[in-house]
Every structure is written in structure tokens, then in C-alpha cells.
Design a protein around this ligand. Sequence first.
Ligand code: MN
Length: 130
Amino acid sequence: MKGRILVIEDNEQNLYLVKFILENNGYEVCEARDGREGIEMAEKIKPDLILLDIQLPVMDGYAVARTLRTKPDLAKVPIVAVTSYAMAGDREKAIAAGCNGYIEKPINPDIFMQQVEQQLCLRADGGEGK
Ligand code: MN
């Protein structure tokens, strides 16, 4: 097991694809299907990284990221926003909410793992996130 990744995603197809890729690469995957469940799960399992959909039921991804950043024991967990909002300013909005990185949907299976591991490495190198 290389690490534990929490995937917060309400779309079954995306969740399936992401989980498939991560598990095939040796990661343990936990899943949550809405924002509140995602926060509860993060507190419970203390993941090494969180992949966060932005368009979510109950609480959107920005609200989830802001909430996670208020919790001392989760403050340094890398959060990667995963979204199809291709609107200008969206990346900045995700970073402002506390996300460390940003992956655009649709997920590209050829580069997805590289995008995720880049965020894990930034943390392993002693980076403070950001
Ligand atoms: Mn969604």
C-alpha cells in the first residue's frame, strides 16, 4: 500500500475510473459521495491525499476545502480539485479555498497517476502544501 487516498466524487463513472486507476497503482482508496460525508471520512481515515470534485451535493468542493483547512490535523493533507468547470478563475478559486492542485475533467488515464503522484511528492519533500 503506497498510501491512502480519499476520493470525494458524486459521479459514479468518474469515481469508478479514478478508483480503478489508483488501486491498480497500489493505493488504498476510500470514497465519499457528498461534501459532508467527505469531511467526516477525512477526519476518520486521515488520508495521505484528497481528490475533491467541485460540483457536489450538500456542500460544494470549495466549501469542503475551506472546512478541511480549519482542522489542524488535516491542514497539511494535499487536496487536489478535480473539476470540469473550465471557467476562467476556477483554478484560482480552488487554490484560494485551500486546494494544492487542480486536475481537469475528463480524467486522462495516461497522465492521471502522474498528476496525483506529483502532489504526493510535493508533500513528501517536506513542502507545506501550497
Ligand atoms: Mn460532481
